[in-house]
Design a protein around this ligand. Structure first.
Ligand code: PHE
Length: 450
């Protein structure tokens, strides 16, 4: 048995893989419609503020834990603080990743189905109502959705089975730039539509009167869901980073790319929505029902529709890689000879667990737990309970369990940041992050009612 912890082959490889994990449904699907309806530019400002005050510090915290320990997430906490039970943080992350991937892959499957239909031409020339019917029929079709979910998982398994450099890094180095280029193409097209300005105004014009407490709390939660922090994914990814790379800079690049893509997503979607007189507050169905209508009406629309769903698929896949890698890394503990088999076993188990979530849009739609469908409960438990809890524990771990001298040295390595930077970061992670998370958490479980 040969144990050698793998490494990224290049600096940019790590940054792209981490950005790939971060950029996903959160930035492309959720952010635009919430921003649009919750105060536009005002929401954006708030989101940026939380990214800087909360998301960035947590991301850097996970990066320093991971690189310092140089091992999978469960062992990392053990190594840094052997006498405490901190490795439970890694185990919470593992369970969270398992559940998230089980329902994330359902949506990944839908995207694959859309791409097939867009290519075959059956998505052409429908009205927005017809797209809605198409979407509802699609998600309630058990056979197609389960098959598509399985395909999504198999692609993910293939990549993880190939390891860090040959798998995740290689694919991310192709998918992330491709995603950016496709996005820019679509945004250029969308900004040249007739009423583009109205769409731009919708997401950028700050309307502070619409910043409700709900919107504020959502911006907070979104700051860490969309950066994939709180479940030790970033601990795992940074364990493959060489000591010569700057962690603060890498974290900064990831945050910047994530925000940039979220803004591009808004710019890609709303100009068309306004130009063709559609409903901007359509919410979750915006991407699957409203957007195809937009594409259908523009010149070369089918082509742009295929490109859009393709980039959406890339974004979802690179997030799925990180979810599966976190679990596989914990199980193989650096023994690459176990990687292939473990990736298949874990990946297929995640798929099996995800089948009820998939069916909860059709045959199992009547199965409700606490008034929520299986899919919704999986989403609720992870987004509102497990991720904030993980984030809180990670912040407390860094503040109270990680020997401060070693922590600060780790951040210094390869970065040369100033002492002031580190002091501010430490204060944020020790006081601001825990308090902010506790507020979001209490709200999520219904204990705050403003
Ligand atoms: N950050 C991803 C997104 O915005 C979601 C995600 C969460 C991915 C947690 C991995 C882990 O879609």
């Amino acid at each position: 048995m040969k144990i050698t912890h793998e490494q990224w082959a290049s600096k940019i490889g790590f940054v792209l893989a981490a950005a790939g994990s971060a950029i996903g449904l959160g930035a492309i699907w959720k952010f635009p419609y919430v921003a649009g309806t919750s105060g536009g530019g005002a929401f954006l400002l708030l989101f940026l503020l939380f990214m800087v005050l909360l998301g960035y510090p947590l991301l850097l915290a996970e990066f320093s834990i991971g690189r310092f320990a140089g091992s999978d997430a469960v062992s990392a906490y053990k190594k840094i603080s052997p006498s405490s039970n901190s490795h439970i943080i890694g185990l919470i992350g593992l369970v969270t990743c398992f559940i998230i991937l089980s329902f994330y892959s359902v949506i990944g499957g839908w995207i694959i189905i859309y791409i097939f239909h867009a290519i075959s031409g059956s998505l052409s020339r429908l009205t927005v109502e017809q797209y809605n019917v198409f979407f509802q029929e699609l998600i309630s079709n058990p056979f197609a959705t389960i098959l598509a979910q399985l395909i999504f998982m198999i692609i993910t398994i293939f990549v993880i089975a190939r390891g860090i450099q040959d798998g995740i890094e290689k694919v991310s180095r192709f998918m992330m730039p491709a995603l950016l280029i496709l996005f820019i193409l679509i945004v250029v097209r969308s900004l040249t539509l007739e009423n583009a300005w109205e769409g731009v105004r919708f997401i950028f014009y700050p309307d502070f009167s619409k910043l409700t407490t709900d919107a504020i709390l959502f911006a907070l939660g979104q700051a860490f869901f969309s950066l994939s922090v709180g479940m030790s994914i970033m601990v795992t990814y940074s364990s493959y980073v060489p000591k010569s790379q700057s962690l603060p800079k890498s974290a900064f690049s990831v945050v910047l790319m994530n925000v940039f893509i979220a803004i591009l997503a808004g710019l890609a979607i709303f100009p068309g929505v306004f130009t063709y007189g559609l409903e901007p507050s359509a919410g979750p169905t915006l991407i699957f029902s409203v957007l195809p209508t937009v594409f259908e009406q523009m010149f070369a629309g089918t082509l742009f529709m295929i490109l859009f769903f393709l980039l959406f698929l890339f974004a979802a896949l690179t997030s799925a890689f990180s979810l599966l890698e976190m679990i596989v890394a914990v199980i193989i503990k650096g023994d690459s000879s176990k990687r292939n088999k473990t990736a298949w076993i874990v990946g297929l188990s995640v798929f099996a667990l995800g089948v009820p979530s998939c069916l909860s849009f059709g045959v199992l739609s009547n199965v409700l737990i606490w008034d929520k469908t299986i899919f919704d409960i999986a989403d609720y438990v992870t987004s509102n309970i497990l991720i904030p809890l993980g984030g809180l524990f990670i912040a407390l771990f860094v503040a109270y369990r990680f020997p401060k001298q070693q922590l600060l040295e780790e951040i210094q390595l390869g970065s040369g940041v100033t002492e002031t930077f580190m002091n501010i970061w430490f204060i944020l992670i020790k006081y601001f992050t825990p308090i902010a998370i506790i507020i979001v958490f209490l709200d999520a479980i219904g204990m705050l009612s403003f």
